[in-house]
Ligand binder design. Structure first.
Ligand code: HEC
Length: 216
């Protein structure tokens, strides 16, 4: 075999190799096999970005990670913005008196279960020290901002609101804390379902030596 023939064979082998590699790239580009995907994903920044649909999932992943750090930062501000425009229509559509009318038949034990939402911030045991929020033992008909061991922590807004925690005031506050008392320190979005609000208030009512009378 002379060298000319040898180089022909080498050339043929190289051509075959190129064909195999080339068709693999094409197959990878067309088919998104599970094995092919991560490879295609990693290869993306260099060569085959526009090769196929693989670009889309990777782009989506990048979007998500880009959005994730932004979300917590934007969170509180965005939350306030969202709450403010919503406040007027939601408050207008919310009937606190209807909630009060539901109290007589509302189930306090259901309210106790829902109160888990509040328990991260509020203790309800008589004489127990307040935590993030004031102790809510006996809160029904208690003057606002009157839990003594929480006196230094109440917001000016709540202190300025005045009056006692009537059933109706509680319904308004629990429906939308910042809608009822703009500037409250209670970081809680509120409860939409009037039924749930009635159940929680029915539960709060039981937290007293002498529960307040139910409305007729
Ligand atoms: C993230 C913590 C947090 C959660 C959750 C929370 N609260 Fe509060 N709550 C507070 C804080 C803080 C205050 C004091 C607000 C202020 O000073 O403006 C407060 C105040 C109150 C008051 C007024 C008490 C007073 O002495 O005037 C009531 C009533 C109340 N919360 C009920 C609830 C109920 C019911 C829930 C659950 C549906 C709830 N809160 C969920 C933190 C919380």
């Amino acid at each position: 075999m002379d060298s000319f023939e040898l180089s022909k064979i080498t050339g043929a082998m190289l051509a075959a190799l190129l064909l195999i590699v080339g068709s693999n790239v094409i197959i990878d580009a067309i088919t998104a096999t599970p094995a092919g995907q991560p490879l295609a994903g990693y290869a993306l920044p260099t060569a085959t970005a526009e090769a196929a649909g693989e670009a889309a999932p990777v782009a989506a992943t990048v979007d998500q990670t880009a959005a994730a750090p932004a979300a917590p930062g934007a969170g509180p501000a965005a939350g306030k913005e969202a709450a403010a425009p919503a406040a007027a229509p939601a408050a207008a559509g919310f009937d606190a008196k209807a909630v009060v009318a539901m109290l007589a038949s509302a189930k306090a034990d259901e309210g106790a279960a829902i109160f888990k939402k509040c328990a991260s911030c509020h203790v309800v045991k008589k004489d127990a020290p307040s935590s993030v929020g004031p102790n809510l033992w006996g809160v029904v008909n208690r003057p606002k901002a009157a839990q003594s061991d929480f006196a230094a922590k109440y917001s000016e807004a709540l202190k300025a609101k005045g009056g006692g925690w009537t059933y109706e005031n509680l319904a308004l506050f629990l429906h939308q804390p910042k809608g009822y008392i703009a500037g409250t320190k209670m970081v809680f979005a509120g409860i939409k379902d009037p039924n749930e609000i009635a159940q929680i208030i029915a539960y709060l009512r039981t937290l007293a030596d002498a529960p307040a009378p139910l409305p007729n």
